[in-house]
Design a protein around this ligand. Structure first.
Ligand SMILES: CC(C)(COP(=O)(O)OP(=O)(O)OC[C@H]1O[C@@H](n2cnc3c(N)ncnc32)[C@H](O)[C@@H]1OP(=O)(O)O)[C@@H](O)C(=O)NCCC(=O)NCCS
Length: 330
């Protein structure tokens, strides 16, 4: 059992971003849009795309290796692997099992978690609970998506928003007073149809008709999702900071899901937290779904926006609708 005095936190992180860059100017040549429209409405300038022969696990594996390397923990010591993804390599087996195999994490359990863009923070909160309860010591949490493979590249209202990437964090014991201090998750399935990929599951299995109707691509009601996203970002931040016994002014860095700069700006206004405390990188990557928050967290540490002792809030939302937030002391 873990000593009651120790905490549970992130021991190491890794990321993997595809080499191919797709700029707004490239997209101008594909659909009726402009760099100006995309930047003004979303804040995104470019995003990364996997190659045709790459899948989500090809991004997740190097990110996982990076996290283990930074933590100085071997794959054989990992107890559990959770891959948060909406774009698994295939419906089954889980992408987590492929990662378990390729890492040689011989004693680890492994499963995928489906909470779309909120997936990494969902998985992190779950990993925290399994370690805090004394069940496990080391849990590898990966947020990885290759949404470019599920895009309708003729639909300008969605194809400009997303990009591919992966990030991983190894959770384990940390000194007391450090690590996760509060978690929060929520969902509202009444909004399920606002952001979905209709076909490919048991409701609408693949058929010529589903392919012809492009039902294997992302469908979204952008306006509805936008309004809900702002509300969720604000509420999920407030709730988790309160659970942590802190005030919003105590938070040193907020790492939000990177969907749209205007969503984040609206949340900043409503929360009254200074904008410079928010980590932003969506300009370079777009919305990388489950990878978004973890890559932003990694870069916030690299850029020293987060330092030892910083109080950090992660907040994410996505299709479901589903959302998750957490507060940790770095
Ligand atoms: C998608 C989104 C950027 C659209 O921005 P918006 O300001 O709401 O724009 P609207 O949907 O009101 O569309 C305004 C016009 O721009 C057009 N438009 C949409 N995408 C466009 C594009 N890429 N380029 C140019 N015009 C575009 C629309 O067709 C519409 O034209 P119309 O007025 O002639 O009908 C915005 O709603 C959004 O970001 N929503 C949240 C999406 C999200 O975060 N999803 C992931 C959640 S995890």
């Amino acid at each position: 059992m873990r000593s009651r005095k120790s905490g549970v936190g992130i021991l190491g992180m890794g990321v993997c971003l595809p080499e191919k860059v797709l700029t707004n100017f490239d997209i101008e040549k594909m659909v009726d849009t402009s760099d100006d429209w995309i930047v003004t409405r979303t804040g995104i300038r470019e995003r990364r795309l996997v190659r045709v022969d790459q899948a989500t696990s090809d991004l997740a594996l190097p990110a996982a290796k990076g996290a283990l390397g930074q933590a100085g923990v071997s794959a054989e010591e990992v107890d559990l692997i959770i891959v948060a993804t909406t774009t698994p390599d295939m419906l089954f087996p889980s992408t987590a099992c492929l990662i378990q195999r390729d890492l040689g994490a011989t004693k680890a359990g492994a499963f995928d978690l489906s909470a779309a863009c909120a997936g990494f923070v969902y998985a992190l909160n779950l990993a925290y609970a399994t370690i805090a309860s004394g069940q496990y010591k080391y849990v590898l949490v990966i947020g990885a998506d290759a949404l470019s493979k599920m895009m309708d590249w003729t639909d300008r209202s969605t194809c400009v928003l997303f990009g591919d990437g992966a990030g991983a964090a190894l959770l384990g014991p940390v000194p007391g007073g450090r690590g996760v201090i509060a978690t929060h998750v929520g969902s509202d399935g009444r909004y399920a149809k606002q952001l979905m990929m209709p076909a490919g599951g048991s409701r609408l299995p693949s058929s010529h008709e589903t392919v012809d109707k492009k039902l294997h691509t992302v469908k979204m009601n952008g306006n509805e999702v936008f309004k809900m996203a702002v509300r969720i970002m604000v509420d999920a931040t407030r709730v988790v900071v309160q659970k942590a016994g802190l005030n919003l002014s105590d938070i040193d860095c907020v790492v939000p899901h990177q969907a749209n700069l205007r969503i984040i700006q609206a949340a900043i206004e409503r929360l009254g937290i200074p904008p410079e405390k928010f980590m932003l990188n969506l300009e370079r990557y777009g919305n990388m779904s489950a990878a978004s928050t973890v890559v932003a967290l990694y870069e916030a540490v690299e850029e020293r926006k987060i330092q030892s002792g910083s109080k950090v809030a992660l907040v994410s939302f996505g299709s479901g609708l589903a959302w998750a937030s957490c507060v940790m002391v770095w």
